[in-house]
Design a protein around this ligand. Sequence first.
Ligand SMILES: Cc1cc2nc3c(=O)[nH]c(=O)nc-3n(C[C@H](O)[C@H](O)[C@H](O)COP(=O)(O)O)c2cc1C
Length: 168
Amino acid sequence: MNLGTTIIKGRRSVRSYRDTEIPEEAIRDALECARQAPTAMNAQPWLIGVIREKETLARIAALTDHGKFIGDARICFAIFGEKKAVYYLEDCSCATMNLILGLWAYGVGSCWVAGDKKPYAGAVRELLGVPESHTLVSLVPAGFPAEMAAPQKKDMRSISFSERFVPR
Ligand SMILES: Cc1cc2nc3c(=O)[nH]c(=O)nc-3n(C[C@H](O)[C@H](O)[C@H](O)COP(=O)(O)O)c2cc1C
């Protein structure tokens, strides 16, 4: 048993939230986890919006296709990448995952909602007043879980190989 890997393995996407306040310490610490994520050439090409206002949460939710539950979340993080950084998508994905795991370490559930490649990315950026130099990579609504599903994962044998891949 290892606490770190138990937290990582126990995470699942949470799309239904209790109306319980999230401690500021958890929010700050999770943001700190995001800030510590690795980036190509240490560019740290991100800007992370922290949205708590109900009306803004509802407006973001309405813009998305598969993120309507953002409107029921206590908080939503919006991760933007600086387009001039070649690896902004990978960098901001690392930050998003660190943020999600940081929240989960406090028992706060969240769900990655797509931003990059989505037609609403520009509208979310404009709504939050973020300059055109940045583009939306992900939205992370969060709250203490009301419900949690546990989607099946592929088995280890089908997703890994040792030394050299041998087709089955
Ligand atoms: C890049 C990315 C985009 C995603 N976009 C959405 C989304 O728009 N809406 C949603 O409900 N879940 C979204 N998810 C969450 C996935 O559906 C979820 O991770 C997957 O079903 C596996 O479940 P788990 O996270 O509980 O392990 C996204 C996840 C990733 C990594």
